[in-house]
Write a protein that binds this ligand. Structure first.
Ligand code: F6R
Length: 611
């Protein structure tokens, strides 16, 4: 939520800030702004709307001169998206500018206190409180660093802050708590950003800031201070992502590009972790004793990552013969969870920054559980706070709707299940070796599904003009239907629900009427006949059925339904890995036909760093 950039160096800052913001726009896109310090004053330009509007307003940044600045792309929390609420926010003196990602929870109380002292506020944001507090403390002590420490001591909540002050025209101040922020060391200057994608064009030498740390960036270098304000050195990370990975590369949308990248992404997530037919997780530090001693398994995540957990529950329970509890992070954190020593909590997150997931991780850790995370963004907060991390190696995912991150999370979770099943002695040899062979065959099978995209584009017409679409399935098909339904609703704005087929007749079937599109998932062979009976039930109420099944069941399915999409046969536990691909494409083509903004759906943002 919200993207921050900062630059100080030899070049004009504004074009660099705009370029960085363009790469961060997926984090929030309802308004954007930049502040540049030059000739002893701060110039601010900000506007409602997409980044292009800001670029047009500033003539590509040419209107603001100076080689130091900060920028922001916003996902509104406090106050509607308009020019005034857009960041940066200025102090009343106009000499301090602030960009912020997160939420200042006690902002109202602080605002009232400042108003009593004569401060007036222009915006409805929580962020303006930070700018005015800095002004207040700075006026009192005359030392900006001290003013900053006083300010962060008094604000509660989550924040990543980039700050400039006209009295320090060569410095950017930065700090964070529960919101991502990283520092980039370049040849022609130094950088600040919420995410590495903003920086890979300029530098690959990165330091991740941790909670409570402060940084002062100048043209000459970056000084970092710990919570006690002691200067510190931090580990540098080299980012080896290709620049193209964060570009569309000829595709109409990032989402389509990322759907198409899945065979490669799955290969990268799995191939190096399978050696001579065995799963090798060299990045896992758990000993066989620790694995065998696991008391209970939890999977905790949000959104699509939670849906991976739902698939994981079916697969891991089969492989490990242990109960696996799947929890939504936003519920888990406040549920007084019965979790503790001996339990393993598997955290799943693409961004590694989702606030609820992070809070759930900390809650579980506090209670003594061991944390193993499955994360895409290297060096992200969740990765850094976990006992073990298995990276998904999917590369940057830019489209707000996740695709390749979902697939690779599932691939890694399956590998983990097989590995644990082997160590625990609960997975038989045949299941294990068939699954390993199946995993190695997935990329080619996915390519085959992707090659049939024209058929899916045609079938998308079945749903384009409808207001409601239902997804039904049993077992793994139900877990997969949750993701199919979420993909559809988030990018096409069609209302959609996913139901376990057997549950329909307990209420929801009353919504099926003549012509209602029902996407019936029937890939899971052991329950194929049951899936067919549920198809018949919805057809009897007028439902128009588009079925997803395997090639070996396609003929039987075609006899009954309006249209069939067939995926290659594979091991049952791997069916969702293949099944998700046509569902992603279906959502994509439906949204395309409805003229939706596919990569940046309304009201959403890629990285959810607020509660
Ligand atoms: C949906 C989607 C979201 C994320 C969720 C968790 O397409 O992308 O539902 O899955 O916000 O995000 P991460 O995985 O970054 O923790």
């Amino acid at each position: 939520m919200c993207g921050i950039v900062g630059f100080v160096g030899q070049e004009q800052a504004a074009p660099i800030l705009l370029d960085g913001l363009r790469r961060l726009e997926y984090r929030g896109y309802d308004s954007a702004g930049i502040a540049v310090c030059g000739d002893g004053a701060i110039q601010v330009s900000k506007t409602r709307g997409r980044l292009q509007a800001l670029s047009d307003l500033t003539h590509g940044g040419a209107d603001l001169t100076g080689s130091l600045g900060i920028g922001h792309t916003r996902w509104a929390t406090h106050g509607e998206p308009n020019d005034i609420n857009a960041h940066p926010h200025l102090s009343r003196s106009g000499r301090i500018a602030v960009v912020h990602n997160g939420i200042i929870e006690n902002y109202m109380e602080l605002k009232l206190q400042l108003m009593e002292k004569g401060y007036t506020f222009r915006s409805e944001t929580d962020t303006e409180v930070v700018a005015q507090l800095l002004d207040y403390y700075y006026a009192g002590c005359g030392d900006f660093f001290e003013a900053l420490t006083c300010t962060i001591n008094i604000v509660d909540g989550a924040y990543a802050l980039g700050i400039i002050c006209a009295d320090y025209p060569d410095r950017i101040f930065a700090t964070r708590k529960d919101a991502p922020l990283l520092l980039g060391y370049g040849k022609d200057g130094n950088y600040l950003a919420s995410d590495v994608t903003a920086l890979i064009r300029y530098t690959r030498d990165i330091v991740y800031m941790d909670d409570g740390e402060l940084a002062i960036l100048s043209d000459k270098g970056i000084r970092i201070y710990d919570r006690m304000l002691r200067p510190m050195d931090k580990e540098h990370h080299h980012i080896d992502w290709e620049i193209d990975a964060a570009e569309k590369g000829g595709f109409a949308h990032f989402m389509l590009k990322e759907i198409m990248e899945q065979p490669r992404a799955i290969r990268e997530a799995t191939a190096a972790r399978i050696q001579d037919g065995r799963v090798v997780l060299s990045d896992l530090t758990m000993t066989p004793e620790q694995i065998r001693g696991i008391r209970k398994l939890y999977i905790v995540a949000c959104g699509s990552s939670y849906h991976v957990g739902m698939v994981g529950k079916y697969n891991l329970e089969k492989l490990l013969r242990r109960n696996v509890e799947v929890c939504l992070a936003s519920e888990f954190r406040y549920s007084d969870p019965v979790v503790g020593e001996g339990d393993l909590v598997i955290i799943i997150s693409q961004s590694g920054e989702t606030l609820d997931t992070m809070a759930a991780l900390r809650e579980a850790k506090k209670r003594g559980a061991r944390i193993l995370s499955i994360v895409n963004v290297v060096g992200s907060s969740i990765a850094r706070e976990s006992d073990d991390v298995l990276y998904t190696w999917a590369g940057p995912e830019i489209a707000v709707a996740t695709t390749k991150a979902y697939s690779t999370q599932m691939a890694v979770l399956n590998l983990l299940g097989l590995y644990f099943g082997d160590v625990m002695g609960t997975t038989d040899y045949e299941t294990y070796s068939n699954a390993v062979k199946g995993i190695l065959a997935l990329p080619e099978q996915m390519e085959k599904i992707l090659a049939a995209h024209d058929q899916i584009r045609e079938l998308a017409q079945m749903c384009v003009d409808h207001d409601d679409v239902f997804f039904i399935g049993r077992n793994l098909d139900y877990a997969l239907s949750l993701e199919g339904s979420l993909k559809l609703k988030e990018i096409s704005y069609i209302h959609s629900e996913a139901y376990p087929s057997g549950e329909l007749k307990h209420g929801t079937i009353s919504l099926i009427e003549e012509g209602t599109p029902v996407i019936a998932l029937g890939t899971y062979a052991p329950l194929f006949d049951k899936a067919m009976s549920n198809v018949v039930e919805v057809q009897a109420r007028g439902g128009q059925v588009l079925a997803l099944t395997t090639e070996s069941h396609a003929a039987a399915m075609s006899e009954r339904v309006d249209a069939v999409i067939a995926i290659p046969d594979t091991e049952p536990m791997l069916l969702p890995q293949l099944g998700v691909v046509p569902l992603q494409m279906l959502a994509y083509y439906i949204a395309l036909a409805r003229g939706c903004d596919i990569d940046k759906p309304r009201n959403l943002a890629k990285s959810v760093t607020v509660e």
